[in-house]
Structures are given as structure tokens and as C-alpha cells.
Design a protein around this ligand. Structure first.
Ligand code: ADP
Ligand code: MG
Length: 634
């Protein structure tokens, strides 16, 4: 008896705050989300000492009248849902009515707010959850929320705050997410009283990303052609094949405007990218999925960082397909580079073409509007040159050096025979026969020679191109096998003496599950007792020296398949990839016609720029890089 008590409101709020307010970045997240929900077009975030001393968010949104302002500090007070039914169709970022009371319960809190058109505003101060004062104030329309001395009344929690730089980087990452999720909202970030960055309202995502991260970063990305499939609208930007990071910090996904972490989408990305990504690497994405709010549950995580899809398989497939399509669409980048005959003048090279790209970018905003925006913008207390956010940039894992996209249309070179006898390889002239041509223009490039019996040196308009013969050969073989698998199957070579191998029961299951794929791939495997397999045929091109170890390797690869990925396609690709790995390598001493063939076959591939393991097949060294190295250019 008497063991159970109802917690006082203040304590209950602190308990709730434990889930919502983890660190300064979570306060920023909740406040900025409120500002976005309030329809703000400009948001200013200021922090002092990583947010430990103070966090302030000012917006020009709809504001609150006195009654609403008071009510907003109550737990479970929200304007965003009314009934339990609404929970199933949330279109706002907030919905729980917990953030403001939680923040107010663990800080010295001040809110000043005024609806547009109201004669006066309201200012409320709260200390550790207790309202201290409510008075009329003369704020500009909109809302200002300030949280000082975060966790002052929870010393244990305060001790968990990390160094200022760590907290700042979390806040910046949060702001980056908000800014990318809402390009039309202008953001200013002020750190220790001086501006850290500013992102003016932008019409398009690419403009926002350029403002935040610069043109060079943008050059590494491809725009997804927006489309709606099975009720899911998919859009955004993806890293080019070979562009990757060792962490997921730049694998950014928005579902209905909300940045989320979601395994279903991760699996879709991995599946879409898989041969374009090295093992253990993560793609760079700014992916936007928009779907019926009823098809996604957002009420599954205290900080609303996760969502659950009603039909995850559909989402995964739509994502995978969009990624593949976008990456394959990018092959024109290489065709264009190679179709442009090399010119003898290095001075019309990359720097100029980057400039051209900038020049052709349509103006963000009509000139007239630009003026008004600028004026609006200057209403913010601090004006500064926009800075760049450097957010947890990972060292770039083996990304091929980027080509500056050439704005010239791919057809233009037809009239231009080029200066230095470009080798011309006609479409369809390849002996392999089955190489699929998706581009009918003749490829033009000039082969200079072979370095170390491995790297083909070529010249193109941008400078020097190096092709890794082995990687190129693997890519060509991989795609050829995949095509054969889809049609008649890969020819098998009989082993004179059949082999038997012993496999663990679980591995045995993997092999059985993929039996059909293996068969079409040219493996003739047969059960031979409980855990023994008999191999009497292996794919053509396969090295015959050690088929047993190759099959073991195959099993390891199959096992690494995650359960969320679609089994069939991944299975096929893994088999093909492994076979390529064990394939007879092209003769190292290639003669010129063979090299030409190799390069032209490579360029006909769907994903020519990386081998089936995600390593680059070609690297471009631009004239401007050379000029820098030789000190011709600063
Ligand atoms: P939620 O966002 O889940 O509704 P909050 O505690 O974050 O809960 O906010 C409570 C309510 O206060 C919101 O529903 C909204 O009506 C109001 N509110 C909060 N921040 C702002 C703001 N910046 N501008 C206008 N109204 C706001
Ligand atoms: Mg909220």
C-alpha cells in the first residue's frame, strides 16, 4: 500500500525529456521542426558553447497568441493532431506535444511569440519546468525560443555533454538535415555570436546543396529523375558510382520531409548500388521518398528518427530501381568524355568547363524576386558571406577523380574529326557480339600506351585517362554473364574428374537455395550425401585450377547477403561477381586492337566506371590537376 505514487508534472516532464532531449542537437531539432511546421520561411539558430550555455531559435512563422503559448508548454498539448485517427496520417514533423514542455523542464527557458497582425506578443519564462513569468512583449511576428543552461537541474545529464566541437558538429549535422529537407526555407547558423553559415531560400535542392557544400561536392552527385511508382514519389540526388563513404553520415534519407534512418531504404540503396560500391562502403545520398502518410508509421521512435513502412518490399524495390536507373543514366558521362576527340589545346580544359556548368545553371530565382529575398534576408541581425558547412567529412574511399561534366552535347563531335587521329571504334563492331549498345554514336578516344602491363593510358578532351585492364575485363565479363544468365544461360565446361566438396549444413542450404541460379551460371552441382556436393561442371572462363575453393568463396559471398535484400537478383549478381573473380584474366600483354576492343566493350557496359566489386575501372587525371602538379597554376 502506498508504494505507487503519481509523479508530479515536473518530474514526469523530466522523464519525457530524457527521451526527447538527449543533447543540444536534439533541442535544435525539435525547435527547428516546430518552426518549419509553423510555416516559417526563415529560421535562425544560434548556440553558445556548443549549446550548453544557450540555444536560440528564431522564426518568422505563424506565431502563437497568449493562450496557445501557455498551452504549448503543457505536456501532450499540440495543434497538429486531434484524434487517434490523425496519428495514422501525419503530415507535420511534430505531433506528440512533448518537445516544448520537455525542453522547458531541463533548461532556463524563454519563449517570445506573436502571431502576424496581433498588436502585441507574449513572453514566457520557465525555470526547470516551472513558469516564472508571462508578460506582453513587442516581438516581431513569429516565435523565438531560447533554452539556456541545458540540464542545469540534471547534473548527471549535463556531465554527459561532450566537447564543444562535438556538440557543434551534431548541431550542424542536424541543421544540414533540416536545410536539405526544406530548401525553400532560409537558414542562418550563428555560433558563439558569429555567423557560421547561411543558406538563403532556394528553389531547388541542387541549389541548396551547392550553397551548403559547394560545386565540387555537387559534381559528385547525380540527380534522380523524379518519378512516382506504386504510390511512392522518389526524387533527390545520389552519389555517382564509386563515390562512397565509410560511414552512413552522408546517406541521407527523407520520408515525407522527415530525415530518417531506415533499414528498408538502406537495403534498397545497397541493392541498387551493389556493384557500384566497394565492400563496407556506404553511398552518398539525398533521397526523398514521398508517399501517402497512411502507408508509413512515424510514431515508432522517441526522437522520430525512424519510420515503419506498411509495404517495405515495395519501398525497397522502388528505391533499388531508381538507383540503378540513375546510375545507368550516368553512363552518358563517360560516352561524352570519350566521344569528344582529344584536342591539342590543354587550355580549354576543365576549369573552363566547370565554369560553363555554372553558367548554364538557370538562375535560382527571377531577378525581381531575388531583390525582395535579399531584402528579407537582411532583416536578420547578422549578415555575412555564406560559409561552407564542413560536416563530418569522411576521407573519400577510393572515389575516382571526378570529371567536370562537359556541357557539350554528345552529338557535336561527329562533325569534328579531331586533331590527332582519334581511333574510331564503330558501334557493333565488337567480336563479343552480345555487347549491348545503348549509345549508337561512334566512340572516339586515343590510346597512348600501356603502363606496367596493366593500365591503359588514353587521352581525351579533359586530359589523361587510365583504365585498369583487369577491372575493365571483370566488368565486361560480369555484364556479359548476367545477360547470358537471363537468356540461354552461361555455357558450362565439364570437369574431367568430378570433384566432391564437404560443406557445412548451413552453407549447403545456401547453395540449395540458389541452385537454379548456379545452374544457369554454368555450375553443375549435385548433392552427394548429406553435406557433400559433387561438382562436375563449372562456368566457361572459370579457372580450373581450384574449383573447390571458388565454390567456398561463393558460399561466403552468398552468406553475406542481408536478409532484407531481394534474394533472387542479389544471388545472381553475387554468383556472377564471384565467377568473374575466378575468371581467367585477359592476357596481360594486349595488342592495340585488343585494347581498343576492351575499351570499347567497357564503354558499352551499363555501369562502365567500376568493376563488379565497386572499384573504379577508369580514372581521369585532368589537365588542371596536371597543371597544379607542375606548378603552372596555383
Ligand atoms: P508538437 O510539435 O509535437 O505539436 P511541441 O511541444 O513541439 O509539440 O509544440 C507544441 C505546440 O506549440 C505545437 O503543436 C504548435 O502549435 C506550437 N508551437 C511550437 N513551436 C512553435 C513555433 N515556433 N511557432 C508556432 N507555434 C509553435
Ligand atoms: Mg514539436
Amino acid at each position: 500500500m502506498g508504494r505507487i505514487v503519481l509523479l508530479p508534472d515536473e518530474v514526469a516532464s523530466q522523464v519525457a525529456a530524457g527521451e526527447v532531449v538527449e543533447r543540444p542537437a536534439s533541442v535544435v531539432k525539435e525547435l527547428v521542426e516546430n518552426s518549419i511546421d509553423a510555416g516559417a520561411s526563415r529560421i535562425e539558430v544560434a548556440i553558445v558553447r556548443g549549446g550548453a550555455t544557450s540555444i536560440r531559435v528564431v522564426d518568422n512563422g505563424i506565431g502563437m497568441d497568449r493562450d496557445d503559448a501557455l498551452l504549448s508548454l503543457e505536456r501532450h498539448a499540440t495543434s497538429k493532431i486531434r484524434t487517434g485517427h490523425d496519428l495514422a496520417r501525419i503530415r507535420t514533423l511534430g505531433f506528440r506535444g512533448e518537445a516544448l514542455p520537455s525542453i522547458a523542464s531541463v533548461s532556463r527557458f524563454r519563449m517570445a511569440t506573436r502571431p502576424n497582425g496581433a498588436i502585441e506578443g507574449t513572453e514566457i519564462t520557465v525555470q526547470g519546468g516551472r513558469i516564472e513569468s508571462v508578460r506582453a512583449s513587442g516581438e516581431a511576428p513569429g516565435t523565438m525560443v531560447e533554452a539556456r543552461s541545458l540540464f542545469f537541474n540534471l547534473p548527471a545529464r549535463r556531465k554527459f555533454l561532450r566537447s564543444e566541437n562535438t556538440e557543434v558538429s551534431h548541431v550542424q549535422h542536424q541543421l544540414l538535415l533540416n536545410a536539405i529537407g526544406h530548401p525553400n526555407v532560409g537558414f542562418t547558423f550563428i555560433r558563439n555570436h558569429s555567423p557560421a553559415f547561411q543558406a538563403p531560400p532556394a528553389n531547388r535542392l541542387v541549389d541548396r546543396i551547392r550553397d551548403l557544400r559547394g560545386q565540387d561536392f555537387l559534381n559528385e552527385l547525380l540527380e534522380i529523375e523524379p518519378e512516382t511508382e506504386k504510390g511512392i514519389r522518389i526524387s533527390g540526388l545520389l552519389g555517382k558510382a564509386g563515390v562512397s563513404r565509410s560511414t552512413r553520415s552522408e546517406q541521407i534519407i527523407f520520408v515525407n520531409g522527415r530525415p530518417v534512418e531506415n533499414l528498408t531504404v538502406y537495403h534498397g540503396l545497397r541493392e541498387g548500388y551493389h556493384t557500384a560500391l566497394m565492400k563496407g562502403q556506404n553511398p552518398v545520398t539525398f533521397l526523398f521518398l514521398d508517399l501517402d502518410p497512411e502507408a508509413v508509421d512515424v510514431n515508432v521512435h522517441p526522437a522520430k528518427r525512424e519510420v515503419r513502412f506498411r509495404e517495405p518490399d515495395v519501398v525497397r524495390d522502388v528505391v533499388a530501381r531508381a538507383v540503378r536507373k540513375t546510375l545507368e543514366g550516368d553512363r552518358s558521362r563517360w560516352s561524352r568524355t570519350f566521344h569528344t576527340p582529344p584536342e591539342a589545346k590543354p587550355d580549354r580544359a576543365p576549369a573552363a568547363s566547370t565554369q560553363r556548368l555554372l553558367d548554364t545553371t538557370p538562375a535560382l530565382i527571377p531577378a525581381a524576386e531575388q531583390f525582395s529575398l535579399r531584402r528579407d534576408w537582411s532583416e536578420f541581425p547578422v549578415q555575412s558571406a555564406p560559409g561552407r558547412i564542413a560536416i563530418r567529412l569522411e576521407p573519400d574511399g577510393g572515389s575516382p577523380s571526378q570529371l567536370a561534366a562537359d556541357a557539350r552535347p554528345a552529338t557535336a563531335e561527329a562533325e569534328d574529326p579531331g586533331a590527332s587521329r582519334p581511333t574510331t571504334v564503330m558501334a557493333g563492331s565488337d567480336a563479343a557480339g552480345k555487347v549491348k549498345r545503348t549509345d549508337s554514336a561512334p566512340a572516339q578516344f586515343r590510346i597512348l600506351g600501356v603502363l606496367g602491363k596493366l593500365y591503359v593510358l588514353m587521352e581525351n578532351n579533359e586530359g589523361l585517362v587510365l583504365v585498369d585492364q583487369h577491372a575493365a575485363h571483370e566488368r565486361i565479363l560480369f555484364e556479359k554473364m548476367r545477360r547470358q544468365m537471363e537468356s540461354e544461360g552461361v555455357p558450362s565446361q565439364r570437369l574431367l574428374i568430378p570433384l566432391t566438396i564437404q560443406v557445412a549444413p548451413r552453407d549447403y542450404d545456401w547453395l540449395r537455395m540458389n541452385a537454379e541460379t548456379l545452374d544457369r551460371m554454368g555450375f553443375a552441382l549435385e548433392p552427394f550425401g548429406d553435406t557433400t556436393l559433387k561438382i562436375d561442371g563449372i562456368p566457361q572462363f572459370f579457372r580450373v585450377d581450384d574449383p573447390a575453393s571458388a565454390v567456398r568463396h561463393l558460399v561466403d559471398e552468398l552468406r553475406s547477403m542481408t536478409s532484407g535484400t531481394s534474394r533472387l537478383r542479389m544471388g545472381e549478381d553475387i554468383v556472377a561477381r564471384t565467377v568473374c573473380h575466378h575468371a581467367i584474366k585477359a592476357n596481360d600483354d594486349l595488342r592495340l586492337p585488343e585494347i581498343e576492343q576492351l575499351v570499347s566493350d567497357l564503354l558499352s557496359c551499363e555501369l562502365p566506371y567500376c568493376c563488379p566489386h565497386g572499384r573504379p575501372t577508369m580514372i581521369q587525371i585532368s589537365y588542371s590537376e596536371l597543371e597544379k602538379k607542375f606548378g603552372r597554376k596555383a
